[in-house]
Design a protein around this ligand. Sequence first.
Ligand SMILES: Cc1cc2nc3c(=O)[nH]c(=O)nc-3n(C[C@H](O)[C@H](O)[C@H](O)COP(=O)(O)O)c2cc1C
Length: 326
Amino acid sequence: MNRVCKALNIKYPIIQGPLAWLTNAKFVAAVTNAGGLGTLGPAAGQNERFRDPDPVKRHAMTVERMRNEVRKVKKLTAGTFAVNIIPANGGNDGHTKPLIKMMIEEGVPAAVYTGSEVYPEIFQMLKDHDIKIIYRAQNPTASNARAAEENGADVIVETGFDEGGTLPKQVVGTFSIVRMIVDAVDHTPVLAAGGITDRRAVKAALALGAEGVYCGSVFIASEENRTAAKVKQAIVNSTADELLLFRTKPAYYRSLPGPFADHLQELSDQGVSRDEIGKVMGGLYGLKRGMVDGDWDQGYVSLGTGITSIHEIRPVKAIIDDLMAD
Ligand SMILES: Cc1cc2nc3c(=O)[nH]c(=O)nc-3n(C[C@H](O)[C@H](O)[C@H](O)COP(=O)(O)O)c2cc1C
């Protein structure tokens, strides 16, 4: 049992990163029951956005629907799982604190804290209630890793540009960022993220000094994930060189080709501003359309560059057993 397993009370040092609209209780519990750590993403188990113009009401509804999903996970597993928090504005964003309050009430064991800023008050809230902190900077730097360590992160995840989802603004690959951060921190275990989809990549991450891995794309192509069957098959059939890369807010995004994604790529190639492309992209609801609904006319399919090594759709347990085999 290594330091990551001890810190998080899990069998294998593998965490499933949050996946916006693509998680639900069944999937997250499957990861945890297979010996990893599953994470509920921000829109776990949901199909629609809340459109209430009152932000207080909107935040309250979002927290209550997450409570509902958390309760479902607790019925399916007794192991460690996490909820994703994405604090902004010092944590005073109207959403993060009510979300953490719910996590305390429900006894959620861990939080995946996504954000380049380390807010001591938020770290303290989590630590006061013994919620384990998995810190992942959107834009990783030695200084935010050290700040996370000083404020008591249990593990630190370092993500390279190879990843899927919202890409970091610096174009630094997993190989480079993991080495840099392993050398920068003092005593906190580091996990590698970005492009890790097979055993060879796990070994490479460990060789770079990481003590575990943090994966998204490889789990999307699992039987238990709620992504459309058409998208899972496209992952199996595709290779990294087919992925589009375009500028948008906050920095870059990748997608498999399709009418909507092709259009975003064209706008990017034409030099249209990030703001304008971000508006056309319509936030992460386009991800739901493209990946949960399989509608590529209105949505996109975000994945990391490790997809070349995904050859079949398997149960979560088979994926974890294979990644952890050596
Ligand atoms: C479709 C998709 C949605 C994602 N949504 C989130 C999210 O809501 N919050 C977050 O912190 N990270 C999100 N990520 C990033 C993942 O948690 C993880 O860091 C990333 O997938 C690792 O790279 P990989 O896909 O190459 O394994 C997302 C990734 C993908 C592919």
